[in-house]
Design a protein around this ligand. Structure first.
Ligand code: SF4
Ligand code: SF4
Length: 294
């Protein structure tokens, strides 16, 4: 099963929840940091990194002598990564999504494959199982191609070991990277906080993710601040609230020391055990997916 921990905005406690869940998981688990622009799960789980693989995509490189400036490639490219202007033919590799269409379509064989470095994929071990992290190269603008490679890796684990559990720390927000992280999950946990900003982005996330009809529940962090707008919205939409985490200075202090809060603060352990049980029940029964129809 693939369990994804997501949030409509950064700073709600998504990694706090993910790291605590992973540390208390009751069976071997693969921890995945898919927040490739700013991965930080490793700071809490302290994995032993066993291998780092470079990640890249195939981009076109032009042989201008062979190119007849027919424009077939520039007309095809949806991302404006190739331009033909008069006698000038330009490739912008940083805008290329690596679909390979131009390489396949060029009638003159004037394009050859080259590599653009995306970043790296780190493999490691934690006490409860495997650890995988994507890390985008500094200056690289596109995270989905690297995320696809990380996802292909852990989907391969699930194909080989169908009973394995994967817990994914997703990128925050509701743009392409967040949707890409959520889309193949068996269960999504939306972490939020009961503030106007928190509610606004929680609502956006629910609207963005609910059409996928994946069982989804909420975790309200710093639950005793703000108001009850998030709870009322959850009641209205039938979104189960799987856990509430109090606003507690001890949690902030543990987080700032890089500790897994469920390990440092015993009273929180049962909260995360209950959350894990609710997630597993939702993933195995499909409970919570009905909310997509509303
Ligand atoms: S399709 Fe090939 S020949 Fe035509 S403009 Fe592109 S690179 Fe040149
Ligand atoms: S590989 Fe695809 S995205 Fe990249 S330049 Fe060619 S057509 Fe455009």
């Amino acid at each position: 099963m693939i369990y994804t921990i997501a949030s409509g905005k950064g700073g709600t406690g998504k990694t706090t929840v993910a790291s605590s869940l992973i540390s208390l998981w009751d069976s071997p688990v693969t921890a995945v940091d898919l927040d490739v622009e700013e991965p930080n799960l490793h700071l809490f789980l302290n994995p032993t990194i066993t291998r780092i693989d470079p990640a890249w995509i195939e981009v076109p490189e032009a042989d201008e002598d062979k190119c007849t400036r027919c424009r077939a490639c520039s007309d095809l490219c949806q991302f404006k990564a190739i331009t033909v202007m008069g006698d000038t033919m330009l490739v912008f590799p940083e805008m290329c999504h690596g679909c390979g269409g131009c390489l396949a379509i060029c009638p003159e064989g004037a394009l050859r494959p080259a590599h653009r470095e995306l970043g790296e994929i780190c493999h490691g071990q934690i006490n409860s199982g495997r650890f995988v992290m994507g890390r985008l190269r500094i200056g690289e603008a596109m995270s989905p191609p690297l995320m696809r490679q990380v996802k292909a890796l852990f989907s391969g684990f699930v194909d080989k070991e169908p009973d394995t559990d994967i817990v994914v720390d997703a990128p925050p927000g509701v743009s392409c990277p967040a949707v890409s992280a959520v889309i193949d999950s068996d269960c999504v946990v939306l972490v939020t906080e009961p503030t106007p900003f928190g509610f606004h982005d929680f609502k956006l996330a629910w609207e963005a993710f609910s059409p996928f009809c994946i069982p989804m529940g909420a975790v309200i962090n710093r639950a005793d601040i703000g108001d009850d707008t998030v709870q009322r919205f959850c009641d209205e939409k039938g979104i189960p609230i799987w856990a509430e985490i109090p606003f507690d200075r001890a949690i902030a202090e543990a987080y700032s020391r890089g500790e897994v809060v469920a390990e440092s603060l015993a009273p929180l352990r049962e909260t995360f055990h209950q959350l894990r049980r609710a997630m597993r029940q939702a993933a195995t029964t499909g409970q919570g997916a009905a909310q997509c129809a509303k």
